[in-house]
Design a protein. Structure first.
Length: 140
């Protein structure tokens, strides 16, 4: 699309310059008096200046429109990036909180298991001591 706009702008510029040069050649080659020729040249020059001013204004408006559109798109992209960043932060916090809770649960379960195993070992040691004590008494 931008290439078409550039081609169109180049075409219009060429058309404007060609028109001015053609009009100038026609005036200079036409058999007229000096006063008439000067008057025609002045009029054609003013027309060419008006056309150039109009072309400049159109180009200026078009560039303002394009710049405004670009700013709007950039703002929309910035807002979307900020929204996605906020969502990612919230998700990361949720994941971290879940991991912390899971780790705390695992630690508590491990502590309970250690206590259970310790109790079982102590009971086993006590039973073994009692058994050894019985054997010693029976041998004696």
């Amino acid at each position: 699309m931008a290439t078409n706009d550039n081609d169109r702008g180049g075409f219009l510029e060429g058309l404007l310059i060609g028109g001015v040069l053609g009009a100038l050649a026609g005036l200079l080659l036409a058999p007229k008096s000096g006063k008439e020729l000067r008057s025609d040249l002045k009029r054609k020059g003013e027309e060419a200046l008006d056309d150039a001013k109009e072309f400049y204004q159109e180009a200026r408006e078009k560039s303002r429109t394009i710049l405004g559109d670009a700013r709007e798109r950039a703002d929309a992209l910035r807002r979307e990036a900020n929204r996605q960043l906020s969502e990612a932060r919230l998700k990361a916090r949720d994941v971290l909180k879940g991991a912390e809770e899971k780790a705390a649960t695992v630690v508590e379960e491990a502590k309970s298991e250690v206590k259970r195993v310790k109790g079982a070992v102590e009971a086993g040691v006590g039973a073994a001591k009692a058994e050894l004590s019985k054997e010693d008494k029976t041998k004696a």
